[in-house]
Every structure is written in C-alpha cells, then in structure tokens.
Design a protein around this ligand. Sequence first.
Ligand code: ADP
Ligand code: GLC
Length: 408
Amino acid sequence: ETGIEEFQIKTDNSSYKILFASSEVYPLIKTGGLADVAYSLPHTLSALGHEVTMVIPAYRSVREQLNLTKALAKITIHGHDIEIYSTKFPDTDVRLLLIDAPPLFDFDGNPYVDQTGHARENNALKFGLFCRAIALLATDQAGLYWRPDVLHCNDWQTGLALAFLEDQTVRPATVFTIHNLAYQGNFPYQSFLELGLSDAHWDYTKLEFHNQLSFIKGGIVFADQVNTVSPTYADEIQTSEFGCGLELLLQHYSSKLSGILNGIHEEKWNPETDSYIEKNYNSNTINKKSINKTALQKLFGLECKPDVPVFALVSRLVSQKGLDYIIDIAPNFKFFNLQFIIFGSGDADIEKNLLDLASKYPSQIAVRIGFDEKLAHLCTAGADFFMMPSRFEPCGLNQMYSQRYGTI
Ligand code: ADP
Ligand code: GLC
C-alpha cells in the first residue's frame, strides 16, 4: 500500500506507478498542445522504466479508433453508470484506460465546444464524472486491483479529481499541471450540487470562485504539487496581468508551484523521417526543404516562387494567439515581397476576418480553416518562417517544432 503518509520519494532507480489523466491525447483526440504533451511525457516516463497508465474519456471517435467492445470494470457514480475500458498504445508499454459515462461522451468533434463554438452543455457533468472516476482509480476503488504511487492531473478537466481525493487517508502523491490558466472550468452552483461535492468545498479557499464552481481550483488547492509548462509562466500567473483572477491563490500556494519547460517528441516531429511531409531532410540536406516549400505554395494556391519568403502560421484561432496583430499589419504586406499562409480553426469571427484578408490579398495571403495533423507538419517543414504572434503563451510547442525543422 502506498498511501500519502507513507509516500517516500524514491532515490534509487526503482520505478513509480504513475496514473496520468488528461482530456486529450495525440493521436486519438487533439485540439492543441495538451494532446502532444499527454502523449510524449507518459511515453518518455515509460521509456525511463516507470509503469505508466494513462486515463482519458472514451469519446465516440476514440472508441471507434480503438474498436472498444468489452468493459474491464463497471461502477456507478451518483446514479450514472460508468464503464472503464483498457487497452495499450501500439508498440509501447503505456496502458490506456478509457472512461465512458454513456451517453455523455458519445458525440463527434471538439470535446469542449460545439460546432458553433459554444461550450458543450454537459461539460460540468461529463468532466465531473471523469474526475470522480480518476479519483476512484487512484485509490483502487474502481475494481482494477491496481493503485498508482503518483497521480498526475492536467488542466481543469481533471482538476476536481484532486478535490475528490481530499478525504482519502490512503491516496497517491498528486501533481497538477496548468497548461493554460485561461481555461478554468467554471460552472453554476447547480453543477456543484449535481457532482455531490461536500458543502465544505463551497468556499473561496476551496472550489468556489465568484459564486461559481471552479474545476481548476480543485487542482491548485488540493494537489501536493502544482506546476506549469514553463518557468516564465509560473511567474506570470502570479501577476494580475496573467493570473486570470487566480493570482492571489497562486501566490498563496507559491511554495508548491513551479514551472518545468515542455519538451517535444523528437521522433514524431523529425524532418528526417516525417511521413507527413513531401520530402524528408536533415541539417545536412537542408536544401531539400525547398521541395516542401513548393508543395505548400501549390497546396495553398500561391505562386510557386522559391525566392519569395513564405511565412506560415498554424494555430488555434483564439484571442490568446494574437491573430489581430497580423490582421492589423496585413495592409502593409504589399510593400514586401512575401507570402503568408494561415492554417487553423477556432473562433468564428477570427476565422471570418482571416478569410476576408485572403480574399482581399489573394496573391500574398492564403488561409485555410480546419484541423489536420498532416498539413500542420507540412506547414512547419515548408515555411521559411513560422509566425507565432501571441497575447500570452504558457509554453507553446510550435516554436520548438519549427526549430527542429530548420524553420526560422
Ligand atoms: P496550444 O496548446 O495553446 O494550442 P501549442 O503550441 O502548445 O499551443 O500546441 C499547438 C498544437 O496544436 C501543435 O501540435 C500544433 O501543430 C497543433 N495545431 C494547432 N492548430 C492546428 C490545426 N489547425 N491543425 C493541426 N494541428 C494544429
Ligand atoms: C496549452 C498552452 C500551450 C502549451 C500547451 C502544452 O494549450 O496554451 O502554450 O504549450 O498547453 O502544454
């Protein structure tokens, strides 16, 4: 039994049993960098010899990709039947658990917002039940006869799991990673009642935030350790400019708060072996990069000129990413000999403004709305310059991917 009271940091090379919880993971379900890190970090820990189990929701598309049929365990939480499925990531030792709460995860598309960009109505309930299930898994109360040494939760969708563990005398050590403080999972009091949280939790020092239930506070308040995805961001979120209203809480917990810079998966993003790009290259054959540039110009309907610099931008199209900076300066592009490629999806008004730009300056600016892993890789390989305007960026992976692809 590894309870928190007995938990000792192991100083030898022995391995930990780690439960890693996330609402998305590459390549099964991805909206942004969280999915990439949720893939690369557990796989790296596993390669270092730790026993890693990952847990994500069983969204419809994930179920279809994995062809899940028979549940490993079934439990009931507040009258909701929960099914737990077990499988493995191909070619690795990482175990993957999937939590289903029929029919809550049976939908297509983005896990958090519907096609019109509005938050999905059942977010509180479905991620609340997901958090309950994580807490039961972490304390061996889900019928799996397995208990982790460490529970690692990520972002608001998993934050309440730490609150559900508060009254457990035997529990794993816990860490909560803030990938983006701007997304907090705030919901009306009704959701607090629906999720069966104890009255004592309805307090501004716990889960209450401006008269709402805050999932992310669960992670910040109740985790043993809290970290963010870069040392700079760990400092920034303790200021009123970037703290999103939680800066005082984060200052209060600063002794357990740190920043650890994200890494990238160097094989998934490797221009020498990348099967998504037109022509592979490395630092010795960098001249072949231009074949990717031509393919990119062609795909986006721009003139295939090798001597015109191509700037590419691949991003979620949300205000955080500072697209308005580009929109503001676009009229000046005509003074320069350059081409601009924008690929992404997100807020409807940003998408529209960008499409308007493309129709206004068709020979210089090309915009495509969508989400496609292959195209993201080709943009990174084919561009001369990668553009990352930003209002704030907790870490950002695209600048590191660009560096790996010789893209300035
Ligand atoms: P964030 O997580 O804030 O979106 P990151 O830079 O950490 O920012 O990670 C973004 C990830 O999402 C990268 O892997 C990037 O290539 C990917 N991405 C963003 N937009 C798209 C898109 N439209 N199609 C494919 N991948 C995308
Ligand atoms: C978030 C942040 C991004 C970070 C990513 C992975 O989505 O916006 O900056 O790189 O998480 O940690």
